[in-house]
Design a protein around this ligand. Structure first.
Ligand code: CAA
Length: 282
């Protein structure tokens, strides 16, 4: 595999493009408008600069990595890749429409992967004529730092597709872990109930946000407490994933905490909106 296409230049998409280019792959980064590409490339440049400042890579390395990323605003350019990773907004209708389009545009042997955190890979596969080549590649944020890729097999995903994606993850210095396609996969099935429970603890006045996070950081060695992590992921994203779990399993244990719903209603979405469980407006 030499050339991968990443669709969506947001946090996850630019992190995937950065990591792929840093491992020597040619990358085409596609988004609907140049301003989104500009923002994504600016983030890649800033994140690479961390390495330059620490003397881990040279300014020349940084320029070379950036030079391996082509930008495009046309989804037709996805045809050039050996594998496409979709990292657009977390919306079933939008992702299904894109997978249908990719199935038309790309050669039949191209693998179509999704970075979805909760949408069914089986459903995305079903809108294409190649469900055996549709797979989940769920990277973690920040992509250049986190070593996991949760690789999700839809009901029809072939062993060959899995094997090629596992090789690609290795090439990107990541570890692939294989999971099957059920709501929330493994990562969010385990993470989101923990975050939701932390929000319930806050809602019920068990402790302050700082105390809840402090217990989990100091007591469980988590790098961030669950409320800070929720702010970092985005409270709207957390709520959407909890709803997928609630709908997919029909079990009351996935009921989103009313405080989470209220904060999302208020537009308090965490770090990206300036306000969540903590205040980022300073
Ligand atoms: N790009 C590149 N490098 C980055 C980076 C980025 N966006 N963010 C941080 N780094 C690097 C730093 O440069 C630093 O590098 P060195 O070790 O070479 O010095 C290293 O990562 C650590 O960063 P910092 O020193 O700035 O800060 P930190 O030690 O507090 O770590 C963190 C920051 C890595 C984000 C850490 O707090 C952490 O691991 N948090 C938890 C992250 C997590 O759980 N992610 C999963 C979220 S869930 C998800 O993504 C999936 C989903 O479906 C919801």
């Amino acid at each position: 595999m030499q050339h991968i296409v990443v669709i969506g230049a947001g946090t996850m998409g630019n992190g995937i493009a950065h990591t792929a280019a840093a491992s020597g792959l040619e990358v085409t980064l596609i988004d609907v408008a140049q301003e989104f590409l500009d923002r994504g490339m600016k983030a890649i440049s800033a994140n690479l600069q961390r390495g330059v400042d620490k003397g881990k890579i040279s300014a020349g390395d940084k320029a070379e990595i950036i030079g391996r990323i082509r930008q495009s605003t046309s989804v037709a350019d996805a045809a050039a890749g050996d594998l496409v990773i979709e990292a657009i907004l977390e919306n079933l209708a939008a992702k299904s429409a894109l997978f249908r389009q990719l199935d038309e545009i790309t050669p039949p042997e191209t693998i179509l992967a999704s970075n979805t955190s909760s949408i069914s890979i089986t459903r995305l596969g079903a809108v294409t004529r190649r469900p055996d080549k549709v797979i989940g590649m769920h990277f973690m944020n920040p992509v250049p730092v986190m070593t996991l890729v949760e690789v999700i097999r839809g009901i029809a995903t072939s062993d060959e597709t899995y094997g090629r994606v596992e090789d690609l993850a290795k090439r990107m210095s990541k570890t692939a872990i294989e999971v099957n396609d059920y709501p929330g996969f493994v990562s969010n099935r385990v993470l989101m109930p923990m975050i939701n429970e932390a929000i319930f603890a806050l809602y019920e006045g068990v402790a302050t946000a700082e105390s809840i996070d402090g217990v989990m950081k100091l007591g469980m060695n988590h790098p961030m407490g669950p409320l800070q992590l929720a702010d970092f992921i985005g409270l709207d994203v957390c709520l959407a994933i909890l709803r997928v779990l609630q709908e997919g399993f029909g079990e009351p244990k996935y009921r989103p905490c009313p405080l989470l719903v209220k904060m999302v209603d208020a537009g308090w979405l965490g770090k990206k909106s300036g306000r969540g469980f903590y205040d980022y407006r300073k």
